[in-house]
Write a protein that binds this ligand. Sequence first.
Ligand SMILES: [Cu+2]
Length: 158
Amino acid sequence: MDNRAAAFQTACMRRFVILLVCTLGAPLAAAAAEPPTVEVWKSPTCGCCTVWVRHLEAAGFQVQVTNLVDVAPVKQRFAVPPELASCHTARVAGYVVEGHVPAADIVRLLREQPRIRGLVVPGMPVGSPGMEGAGARPYEVLAVDDAGATTVFATHEP
Ligand SMILES: [Cu+2]
């Protein structure tokens, strides 16, 4: 290949890359501006679940709620370890979100995109979003990896 052919090929390649960035970049930028929809499964009578949904909406998330008398099969389907379970289960961008996880931690999850199954707040700690009230105590948001092992993702003080 002579120099001119090589230069032409490089120019073509550069144009191709620019085109690729332009076509892929626009929808990605739009996606970044608009947070993805959060799907939530909860019991129809769960009050704290509804307050948590309102908390997500107030933070700018679109939320799609499915009411189910028995949420356990959903937790099983998304491989939420039973000992880490809470009242409601959610999915966003392929991650599972179990329990009263603050919206700010979901925003961080979507920004950092760690290789984990999702985030959980086991039980229903008083002081977490949707569980406001007297007797708030510190609680942790845990990251669950694909093996079901946990690490602390965030700690929240009352
Ligand atoms: Cu709850």
